[in-house]
Design a protein around this ligand. Structure first.
Ligand code: EPU
Length: 431
């Protein structure tokens, strides 16, 4: 078993490079299924979720070639298999994008229900509602999603009003609609940067998508998509996580390869807390020397404060002067990490979707568990700011979404390393 060991208390200095966006990459890679020819996809993050989705495409028969560390060529022209292997699909949430992509390309798909972080109920009824509006028959049975167009023909454009703003449903319906006959309209669509990125990718391959980034997206179906090259946007949440790390640990770090506009929702809260953030063309300079002020935060769909930054901002709020109120506006259960923070001296009360965080002078290092991806990132942030040693297990969750986190943080002066713990010792810790 491997863990991260952090000796906290070092302020952070110098620069960090941000990688390509996880939640864009895991949709854009399956989108290659819709394309006749080779898609060169650049700025791919090296994280386990991306490795898994590429592996699934290969299992389906795609030709995947690594060009360099951040670029792959994906050619799905010879894909014939529409049945996604359970062992791979269950490990990743984004495997649901294979339903939209396979349905759009072949008129049928058989995909195991997806996995991913446990954040409470994660239904996919809105995805299904979209496919049905385009003429598909969809059934969930024995842990599998069976979707097909009668006679395995082509989907037809439809009108879909999403009952709640869903990133996954918006992107999945877009994927299904690009090769459908006629126009599909998605109302109450999500507006996250990765929605726009998926639309830009598909449009650059010949799709006709309008309105991505607003709450009405119109997709006029086309006959075929052709190959081309596309570079994925920088990861908003990875950048936000390192901004929060500087806020917690102190120091001054230039965070490079970002789109500052995508970070506005995070920057605004950090500035309210007394952190200095200077925007450059493709970088933000984050500086924190003085004390942190308390703030209230409510997570919301973009352009609101992202739920995927909620645990990380909670780590910073533990160090602020005064009491902050945090409201989780997207997921039912995203406070499972709170007990771990308490081990480090945090004072947090949770009632449903509300957490009340009483700032403490400082945190103290402790052994803690990363229960999901962003909670794990928050443990790292708390560990960087804490006095003493923090050891974090469950780091496979963190590696799903953060490329070379240890190297990036070591590069700005953090004392963080991967340690190997013999299995016997790790077994005896499991209660
Ligand atoms: N929802 C439904 N029915 C649906 C779809 C969603 O009720 O058919 C509800 C969900 O239960 C949730 C809300 O709508 O309460 C929003 O869910 P959404 O569909 O937007 O989430 P998602 O697409 O499953 C993606 C990211 C998550 C991120 C959310 C919100 C991927 C692979 N995952 O999930 O990312 O939290 O959007 O921004 O893109 C992460 O990266 O750590 C992560 C969990």
């Amino acid at each position: 078993m491997t863990k991260y060991q952090i000796h906290g208390g070092n302020p952070l200095h110098r620069t960090i490079q941000i990688s390509g966006a996880k939640n864009a990459a895991v949709a854009i890679i399956p989108a290659a299924l819709l394309v006749d020819g080779t898609c060169r996809i650049e700025n791919i993050p090296q994280i386990s979720d991306v490795t898994l989705i590429l592996q699934i495409l290969q299992e389906l028969g795609a030709d995947v070639r690594t060009v360099n560390r951040t670029t792959v060529d994906v050619d799905c022209s010879r894909v014939r298999n529409r049945q996604v292997p359970y062992e791979l699909a269950r490990k990743i949430r984004a495997s649901y994008y294979l339903v939209g992509a396979l349905l759009g390309r072949f008129g049928w798909a058989e995909v195991p229900l997806p996995g991913g972080c446990d954040l409470g109920g994660r239904p996919i009824d809105q995805h299904i509602k979209g496919f049905v509006a385009m003429g598909a028959e969809v059934e969930v049975r024995n842990g599998l999603i069976y979707a097909q167009v009668p006679d395995r023909g082509r989907l037809t454009g439809g009108q879909v009003y999403l009952d709640m703003v869903s990133v996954g449903a918006t992107m999945n319906i877009m994927l299904a609609a690009v090769l459908a006959s006629g126009m599909t309209v998605i109302e109450n669509a999500a507006k996250e940067p990765h929605i726009v990125d998926l639309a830009n990718f598909l449009n650059s391959m010949g799709a006709d998508i309008m309105g991505a980034g607003t709450d009405v997206i119109k997709i006029r179906g086309v006959e075929r998509l052709r190959g081309g090259a596309y570079s994925i946007i920088p990861d908003q949440i990875e950048a936000g996580t390192y901004m929060a790390a500087v806020a917690a640990a102190g120091g001054e770090v230039l965070i490079q390869n970002v789109i500052p506009k995508h970070l506005d929702c995070i920057t605004a809260k950090l500035v309210e807390m007394g952190v200095e953030v200077e925007e450059r063309d493709d970088a933000v300079l984050v500086r924190r020397n003085g004390p942190l002020n308390r703030v209230n935060v409510k997570t919301m769909p973009y352009p609101g404060f992202p739920t995927d930054m909620q645990p990380q901002i909670a780590a910073v709020l533990c160090l602020a002067r005064g009491t902050s109120v945090l409201i989780e506006g997207v997921w039912d259960n995203r406070y499972r990490y709170v007990d771990e923070f308490r081990r480090m001296g945090a004072r947090i009360q949770v009632d449903g979707k509300v957490a009340v965080i009483e700032g403490v002078g400082g945190l103290t290092g402790a052994p803690v568990h990363a229960c999901d991806l962003r909670a794990g990132a928050a443990m790292v942030i708390a560990g960087l700011a804490a006095q003493g040693v923090t050891e974090i297990d469950g780091i496979h969750h963190i590696e799903r979404g953060y490329e070379t986190l240890v190297e990036k943080l070591s590069g700005v002066g953090a004392d963080i390393r991967v340690i190997f713990v013999p299995d016997e010792e790790s077994q005896s810790q499991v209660g």
